[in-house]
Design a protein around this ligand. Structure first.
Ligand code: NAD
Length: 463
């Protein structure tokens, strides 16, 4: 394809995404209601059907969601970027393919059996019913899709209260999930939402008698609100993942992995490298490779000051900066760079506002530590007790073990980019709801089920 053909195609896709967003505001979509109570009632009716579907039938719905997610990956990626202004289309497409391929379905629902002289006992994983889910603007359709797949696999239906800034993209995914269910012979409204989600609609959801479980994916405010609701909550909260680099690491590879992880979707993923702690003896070499080979721009003290005042406001993060590229962020402070610049780096103390704050922007501060022990102490401090994600580049297994125990996070990536924890360049499943606060870790269908013991006394043991 020639350059001009490619540009035309991109413009067409862009316009299509804008049209989809406009249509989502006016068209009738499956699962979308004006009133939260009506959304919950519809999801409850659907759940009565879903709970009686065979595992095969549930799996059929999930396999159609996978197919549609692949087919609609680009349009959802474009809608997400257009509507929120955050992230980049290429990486968001990859995230949707990851969801389609690596979010577990019904295979995650396993029965335990105990058989002996006194009979047979099964421990089965049953549905909760209608689950309430609150989703972030950083991965709008991705979170909706992976939550719904796990929840439906578990025999539940779901009512979403998505981030208002990403409602059209979320509605697109919710509509698609219901279309998949209908195509598979399942009910409509397996996933529901409201046209205008607000704190009031989420309050209705959180206190509704028909919602026994709430899964909250977002910052500290929403997780605290859900955990204070009196309901069972799955809290997937904020992170500020440090990447520790010690003197035994392959420094050139560490520079590449860290910058690749940090810049993925413009640093939106909660698991992404947000700062570096490097042992003194390798800090300069690491910085050298990041600048010479990985498209990093070294910000001067004065530029750091301008960045601080641009990206952080007295009320918190400047939302207009979240998920923007390094080039755009630099433009905002009056610095013009080539297109190949993908990350902003500098050295600073751990208390530096651009280091201690979870920015969700491709800005990487490097904190120098005098030795490994000092690096662990600084990294643990920077993680702020979120127990979310951390990364290490080291060939010393004792160091890796010490760090893993000290930082105690749901995710620890060793010698790779952060996204390998999502199954992208690493083994195992994908999710966009990492329950750091409540301990489920990477959520999957099993996280959305409750254990039920089914006992046959004194028979059915045939040993
Ligand atoms: P956010 O906290 O602003 O919003 C998340 C959701 O919570 C939105 O739907 C929002 O409307 C709602 N919300 C916010 N405060 C609420 C309250 N008091 N009561 C009820 N609902 C409330 O977060 P965001 O900007 O959309 O996403 C970024 C944040 O989410 C980051 O902190 C990131 O680390 C975190 N995150 C965590 C995970 C994870 O799996 N642990 C995944 C993605 C994002």
């Amino acid at each position: 394809m020639s350059v001009s053909e490619k540009m035309v195609q991109e413009v067409v896709q862009e316009v299509m995404a804008k049209m989809q967003i406009a249509n989502a505001a006016t068209e009738k979509h499956h699962g979308v209601f004006a009133d939260m109570n009506d959304a919950i009632a519809a999801a409850k009716k659907a759940q009565q059907v879903v709970r009686n579907l065979s595992m095969d039938q549930r799996e059929k719905i999930i396999s159609i969601i996978r197919k549609k997610t692949h087919e609609n990956a680009e349009i959802m990626a474009r809608m997400g970027v257009n509507e929120t202004g955050m992230g980049n289309v290429g990486d968001k497409i990859l995230k949707h393919h990851l969801v389609a391929d690596k979010v577990p379905g019904t295979e995650d629902i396993r029965t335990e059996a105990y058989s002996g002289d006194r009979g047979l006992t099964l421990v089965e994983m049953g549905p909760f019913g209608v689950i309430g889910a609150i989703t972030p603007c950083t991965n709008p359709s991705e979170t909706v899709l992976c939550n719904a797949m796990g929840m439906i696999a578990g025999g539940n239906t779901v009512v979403f209260n998505p981030h208002p800034q990403a409602i059209r993209t979320s509605i697109y995914a919710i509509n698609m999930i219901n279309e998949a269910s209908l195509e598979a012979g399942g009910p409509d409204n397996v996933a529901c939402t409201v046209e205008n989600p607000t704190l009031d609609t989420s309050g209705i959801m959180m206190h509704h008698k028909d919602i026994p479980l709430i899964a909250a994916t977002g910052g500290p405010g929403v997780v605290t609100a859900v955990l204070s609701s009196g309901k069972r909550g799955i809290g997937a909260g904020a992170g500020n993942p440090p990447a520790l680099v010690d003197e035994t690491a392959d420094i050139r590879k560490a520079a590449q992995d860290i910058v690749n992880g940090c810049t993925f979707d413009n640093n939106l993923p909660c698991i992404a490298e947000k700062e570096i702690v490097a042992v003194d003896t390798v800090a300069d070499e690491l910085m050298h490779y990041m600048i010479a080979e990985q498209g990093c721009y070294l910000a001067s003290k004065e530029e750091q000051e301008r960045l601080i005042h641009t990206v952080i406001t007295p009320k918190g993060l400047n939302r207009a900066c979240v998920g923007r590229s390094a080039k755009v962020l630099l433009e905002m402070i009056g610095v013009t760079v080539e297109d190949n610049i993908r990350c902003i780096v500098f050295e600073g103390e751990k208390e530096h506002p651009l280091i201690t704050t979870e920015l969700m922007m491709p800005i990487l501060g490097v904190v120098r530590a005098k030795d490994f022990e000092d690096a662990v102490e600084k990294a643990v401090w920077l993680e702020h007790g979120n127990r979310h994600s951390a990364h290490i580049h080291s060939k010393n297994v004792d160091h890796i073990t010490t760090y893993a125990k000290a930082i105690d996070t749901a995710i620890l990536v060793k010698n790779g980019p952060s996204y390998s924890a999502l199954g992208f360049g690493g083994e195992s499943i994908c999710t966009f709801t990492i329950a750091s606060r409540t301990g489920e870790g990477l959520t999957s269908a099993a996280s959305f089920t409750k254990k039920r013991r089914c006992v046959m006394s004194d028979s059915l043991c045939i040993r």
